[in-house]
Design a binder for this molecule. Structure first.
Ligand code: FES
Ligand code: FES
Length: 172
């Protein structure tokens, strides 16, 4: 259980992008604010602040979650992944990020970190999605500027190349 400090904040410990971290949060502090203010993660974006736009999506124990609907203390003992978990420590983008770039699937990029978290989890459970399934998954996210066609193309493209890679590995 998180410890209550004398200033009313609680200590919160969890695994953030593969590394153990500890911070302090008031019981009502949202995970969005905690990740931005206490952990310095500027890639955590906030839009609607009530679970509609998807901009703040992170992964909690692998499952997409709205950080704006999660209290920081709820992260205690869990694994939290943000978009930082996709690239290498040296900053090399992964195949999904490269596909987004190739297909012009972002413009201002404000919605992108949250979308990439949802897409990553989605492709783990659906390696061969249809166009309609991709669009249905994206319906949980709002993009204000670039539209969704490029995203659909990027996601289908990366799913196809991952299947091809998995097939060649299996037959090697
Ligand atoms: S800011 Fe969390 S869903 Fe919009
Ligand atoms: S790329 Fe600008 S909000 Fe989606």
């Amino acid at each position: 259980m998180p410890q209550l400090n004398t200033d009313g904040r609680r200590s919160v410990s969890f695994i953030l992008n593969g590394k153990p971290v500890t911070g302090h949060a008031e019981p009502r502090m949202l995970l969005t604010d905690f990740l931005r203010q206490e952990m310095g993660l500027s890639e955590i974006h906030v839009g609607c602040e009530h679970g509609v736009c998807g901009t703040c999506t992170i992964r909690m124990d692998g499952r997409p979650a709205r950080a704006c609907l999660t209290f920081a203390v709820q992260a205690e003992g869990h694994r939290i992944d943000t978009v930082q978990s996709l690239a290498t420590p040296e900053g090399a983008l992964n195949d999904l990020q490269l596909a987004f770039r190739k297909h012009h699937a972002l413009q201002c990029g404000y919605c992108t970190p949250g979308i990439l978290m949802s897409v990553t989890a989605f492709l783990e459970i659906n390696a061969e999605p249809s166009d309609a399934e991709v669009r249905d998954m994206l319906s949980g996210h709002l993009c204000r500027c670039t539209g969704y066609v490029g995203m659909v193309h990027a996601i289908l493209d990366v799913a196809k190349s991952r299947r091809k890679k998995a097939g060649s590995t299996a037959t090697a």
